[in-house]
Design a protein around this ligand. Structure first.
Ligand SMILES: [Zn+2]
Length: 486
C-alpha cells in the first residue's frame, strides 16, 4: 500500500546523493516510506470524512430543504458504490503502478549506493594523489638541498671547511635525526669524528674501523635495541635506533656517516619513521655525495701539500716561501710592523755526502729541519730553500729577535748527535744570516738578498755563527760573496 501511494505523492526529502554511504541511502528510503504512510492516512481520513458528510447530509440536512429521498438516495448510492469500488480499482490498476514504483525505488537505491561507492573511491584516490604529491615535493626539496650541499662541498678548500658545511646542510636535509661524520686518519687505523649535529651522540669520538659493521660490510648497518648486532663503537649500547653508512670513493673507504633519532623514541617508532628501505636508500645517496666531495678535497689537499712541501723534510718549498715573504712584507709595510728573514746553510755539507753517502746527507738535512721547526713560533714559515740551504720567515719579529731564534737553531744543530745506519756522522754546524724590515727597506727579493749576504759573512767569519745584516754593510757584502760551494 505504501509503495502504491508513493506514485501519487511527491518526494519530500532532499538529494540523497549529498550523503555518502549505504546508511544514507537507507535513511533516505525510510524517509520516503514514512512520507507515503502519512499520505495513506490522510487519504483514508479524507475518504471517511467525505462519506460521513454525505451520509449526514442525506440523513439530516436534505429533508429540511425539501429535497426528496429518491434523487438523493441515488446520489448516496452512487457515492457508496464509488467507495466500494476503490479497493477494486486499487488492486486492479494502482498495484501495477506500485510494483513499478518499488522497482524504481530499488534502482534508485542501487544507484545511490553505486554513486556513494564511486565518490568514496574518488575521495580515496584524491587523498592518495595528494599524499603522493606531498612526498614528491618533499623529495624534490631534499634533492635541492642535496644539490646545494654538493656544490658547496665542491667549492670547499679544506676538509675542515667541508665538514662544517656538511654539518649545516645535513641538519637541514635530515630533520629529526642527529648524526656525526667520521673520516679515516692518514694511517687508516682510526676513524676520527669531524663534526656532530642534532643532539647527544651515541658514538665514541674515535674508534677503529673494525668496530663498525657498516664499514666491515660496506653497506648501511642498523643497530637497535632488538636482538641484532650492535656496532661496538656505540658508547651507549642501549641506543634505540642507529645506522652507520660507509663513505667510500673508488671502492676505497674514507669514513662513515652515523645517524640516530634525535629524540627519545622506541626502536619500532624510529624504524617506522627513519628506517624504511626508502629512507635508508636516501641516506646512502647522501653518503655517496659526501664521499665524492670529501674524497676530491682530500686529493686536492694531498696535491697541494705535494706542490708546496719538500718531500724529504716536509718543509715548505722555495716557491711557496717567496710568495709568503712577499705577502708578509706587504702586510708589514701596510701595518708598520717588522718582518725578518733568516737564511741558513749547513757548514761543509759536501763532506757528509762524500764521507757517508747521500743517504747520510739526507739524514742530516732532515735532522736540521726538525731543529728549525721546533725552534720557531707556529706563525713562522720554515722552508728548504735548496740543497742544504734553508730560509725562515718570521712575521712581526724584529731582526734582533730573529737573530736570537737563529742562534737557538744554530745551538740546537750543534748539539745534534746524528746516527746513520748505526754510525755517527760527527758534529753538524750551520751558519746563518739575518735581515729584517724596516732595517732593510726593500722588496722581498732585496730582503732575501740581504739575509743571503749576511749568511756569507758568517761563512767568511769562520762558519757556525749568526750574522745580522745592516744597511751600512750591504754594499760591502755584495762585493765579498763567497763561492756557492762553501
Ligand atoms: Zn658502525
Amino acid at each position: 500500500m505504501r509503495e502504491a501511494i508513493q506514485t501519487l505523492v511527491p518526494v519530500e526529502n532532499g538529494d540523497p546523493g549529498e550523503d555518502a554511504g549505504a546508511e544514507d541511502c537507507s535513511f533516505m528510503l525510510a524517509q520516503r516510506l514514512s512520507a507515503n504512510s502519512r499520505e495513506i492516512v490522510r487519504l483514508f481520513a479524507i475518504l471517511t470524512l467525505s462519506l460521513s458528510a454525505a451520509h449526514l447530509g442525506v440523513m439530516f440536512v436534505l429533508p429540511h430543504l425539501g429535497v426528496g429521498h429518491g434523487s438523493v438516495g441515488h446520489v448516496v448510492g452512487g457515492l457508496m458504490l464509488a467507495a466500494a469500488m476503490f479497493p477494486i480499482l486499487y488492486f486492479a490498476v494502482v498495484r501495477r503502478l506500485a510494483a513499478k514504483n518499488k522497482a524504481l525505488i530499488q534502482r534508485e537505491h542501487q544507484l545511490c549506493l553505486s554513486r556513494n561507492q564511486l565518490e568514496s573511491r574518488v575521495a580515496q584516490r584524491t587523498a592518495e594523489l595528494k599524499h603522493s604529491m606531498e612526498r614528491l615535493q618533499a623529495h624534490q626539496s631534499e634533492i635541492n638541498v642535496l644539490g646545494e650541499m654538493t656544490r658547496l662541498l665542491q667549492a670547499s678548500h679544506s676538509l675542515a671547511e667541508a665538514a662544517a658545511i656538511a654539518r649545516l646542510e645535513l641538519l637541514r636535509l635530515l630533520p629529526g635525526l642527529a648524526g656525526s661524520l667520521y673520516l679515516l686518519n692518514a694511517s687508516r687505523n682510526l676513524l676520527e669524528r669531524q663534526v656532530a649535529w642534532g643532539g647527544e651522540i651515541a658514538d665514541k669520538e674515535l674508534f677503529a674501523p673494525a668496530d663498525c659493521w657498516g664499514l666491515r660490510r660496506g653497506k648501511a648497518h642498523v643497530s637497535d635495541s632488538g636482538p641484532g648486532i650492535v656496532c661496538p663503537h656505540l658508547a651507549e649500547r642501549d641506543v634505540s635506533w642507529h645506522v652507520c653508512i660507509p663513505l667510500a670513493a673508488d671502492s676505497d673507504a674514507i669514513g662513515v656517516l652515523c645517524l640516530q633519532a634525535a629524540e627519545d623514541m622506541s626502536a619500532e617508532s624510529a624504524e617506522r619513521r627513519y628506517g624504511t628501505p626508502e629512507r635508508l636508500q636516501f641516506y646512502e645517496t647522501v653518503a655517496e655525495a659526501l664521499s665524492m666531495a670529501l674524497s676530491n678535497i682530500k686529493l686536492c689537499e694531498k696535491l697541494q701539500h705535494q706542490a708546496l712541501r719538500d718531500p724529504l723534510t716536509g718543509l715548505y718549498n722555495r716557491r711557496y716561501m717567496l710568495d709568503a715573504l712577499e705577502r708578509e712584507l706587504a702586510l708589514a709595510k701596510r701595518n708598520d710592523h717588522p718582518v725578518s728573514v733568516i737564511m741558513l746553510d749547513i757548514d761543509r755539507f759536501k763532506t757528509f755526502n762524500d764521507t757517508f753517502g747521500h743517504d747520510a746527507g739526507d739524514t742530516v738535512i732532515a735532522a736540521a729541519a726538525d731543529v728549525m721547526t721546533n725552534a720557531v713560533r707556529q706563525s713562522d714559515f720554515v722552508c728548504r730553500y735548496g740543497g742544504e740551504e734553508f730560509m725562515v720567515v718570521l712575521p712581526q719579529a724584529s731582526p734582533a729577535a730573529a737573530a736570537g731564534i737563529a742562534e737557538r737553531i744554530r745551538r740546537g744543530i750543534e748539539n745534534l748527535a746524528i746516527i746513520h745506519q748505526g754510525q755517527s756522522v760527527g758534529r753538524v754546524a750551520i751558519s746563518a744570516g739575518v735581515a729584517g724590515y724596516p732595517d732593510i727597506d726593500s722588496d722581498h727579493e732585496g730582503l732575501v738578498e740581504a739575509a743571503d749576504q749576511a749568511l756569507y759573512r758568517s761563512k767568511r767569519n769562520g762558519r757556525n755563527c749568526v750574522t745580522l745584516a745592516g744597511t751600512t754593510q750591504r754594499a760591502e757584502e755584495e762585493v765579498e760573496r763567497l763561492p756557492a760551494s762553501a
